[in-house]
Ligand binder design. Structure first.
Ligand SMILES: NC(=O)c1ccc[n+]([C@@H]2O[C@H](COP(=O)([O-])OP(=O)(O)OC[C@H]3O[C@@H](n4cnc5c(N)ncnc54)[C@H](O)[C@@H]3O)[C@@H](O)[C@H]2O)c1
Length: 330
């Protein structure tokens, strides 16, 4: 069983910690937050010791795995330091998204994991659903034929106005990862954005994407729409047919080209995904499973390298928004 620590105990770190406590592959052994009140509250709720700095926790507990669920500016500025500390201590690390909005920091994190030969995953939880895994199998089996285009969209309400690019940086690590998961590397991007009434940031945006394999795609996202109805849509099409995933896990439908028949997978009422939190359960469990099985760091699902690739697309999108040009992803 893997000994696991959680660093950063906001709502998301507490969620990670609860999930590790319940997962049969892990034993939660400690929690750490710079804020004593948060560390103490989580420690008391979970029955593990509290720490107030990462190096002390790592030296004392010597965990096998650490979750880094810190946040910071634009939800990502506090990920790098504890990730490097945990990797240096020999831990496998699962870091929240975005890996970092600072590309140099993200590259340093991926390089450190490579140097230490440790598994480094990002919580790209939206793709860890039975519906997405089945759709990926259809793609890999060639059921869609030659891939042509994809349309991705995600929308929630988030009134935070922390920076002009907050919506692009905080929402789209997920959507860009889903696009890359199904259609591969993205090589060029063009972005337009708008501000909903009363907002000062680019709260709604659309992106045109060109993929390395010739696929073309669009992405639309918004922080301006209250939840209640579905919040995510994914359509991938090829010469052999297309699929649509509704709301991450609720339903995936395969529409074979030239046929009136379709295949529908619906999330089971009993024994299926219960809610959004199950996307975290699945993602964390997959990381534990792959570390336990000794999967090579470069082969793990939702890796740091995938997180970095998504951030490079977002950096290009922001440059496109600022310059009004199509930007190559570097
Ligand atoms: N995967 C998802 O679907 C999803 C959804 C929401 C949020 N998130 C991500 O989860 C992360 C955390 O979100 P949150 O809302 O819980 O954030 P939060 O700001 O409420 O909590 C982060 C905590 O980390 C602590 N911290 C910062 N640096 C630290 C360090 N070096 N050592 C120890 N503690 C440190 C802070 O004191 C704070 O208590 C963000 O990166 C966010 O993008 C992911």
């Amino acid at each position: 069983m893997l000994r696991v620590c959680v660093i950063g105990l906001g709502p998301i770190g507490n969620r990670h910690a609860r999930i590790y406590k319940e997962d049969p592959l892990s034993e939660l052994v400690g929690v750490c937050d710079l804020r004593k009140d948060r560390a103490d509250a989580a420690a008391q709720a979970l029955g593990v010791p509290a720490f107030y700095d990462t190096p002390t926790m790592l030296a004392t507990l010597k965990p096998d795995v650490c979750s880094v669920a810190t946040g910071g500016y634009e939800y990502g500025s506090d990920h790098c330091a504890p990730t490097l500390q945990a990797l240096d201590a020999g831990c496998h690390v699962l870091c929240e998204k975005p890996i970092s909005n600072d590309i140099a920091q993200a590259e340093a994190m991926v390089a450190k994991a490579r140097e230490k030969r440790r598994c480094f995953g990002i919580d790209l939880n939206h793709r860890f659903t039975p519906a997405a895994i089945l759709a990926k199998k259809w793609v890999d089996e060639g059921r869609l034929g030659h891939l042509l285009f994809m349309n991705m969209s995600m929308w929630i309400k988030n009134p935070t106005e922390s920076s002009p690019y907050f919506q692009l940086k905080a929402l789209h690590p997920h959507t860009v990862d889903i696009m890359r998961y199904f259609c591969g590397d993205i090589v060029a991007v063009q972005c337009f954005a708008t501000k909903a009434p009363g907002r000062t940031i680019w709260s709604t945006a659309t992106f045109n994407m060109k993929f390395a394999n010739g696929v073309v795609g669009t992405l639309t996202g918004s922080y301006d729409i209250e939840r209640g109805h579905p919040m995510e849509y994914c359509n991938v099409a090829g010469t052999g047919g297309r699929f649509v995933i509704e709301d991450m896990y609720r339903e995936v439908t395969l529409y074979p080209a030239g046929s009136a028949e379709k295949t529908v997978y619906s999330n089971p009422v009993f024994g299926g995904m219960r809610d959004f939190e199950d996307t975290f359960r699945n993602r964390l469990h997959r990381f534990l499973e792959q570390v336990t099985a000794g999967v090579a760091p470069e082969d793990i699902d939702g890796s740091g390298a995938s997180g970095l690739a998504a951030q490079k697309v977002l950096a290009a999108a922001i440059e496109s928004l600022d310059t009004g040009t199509v930007v190559q992803v570097r």
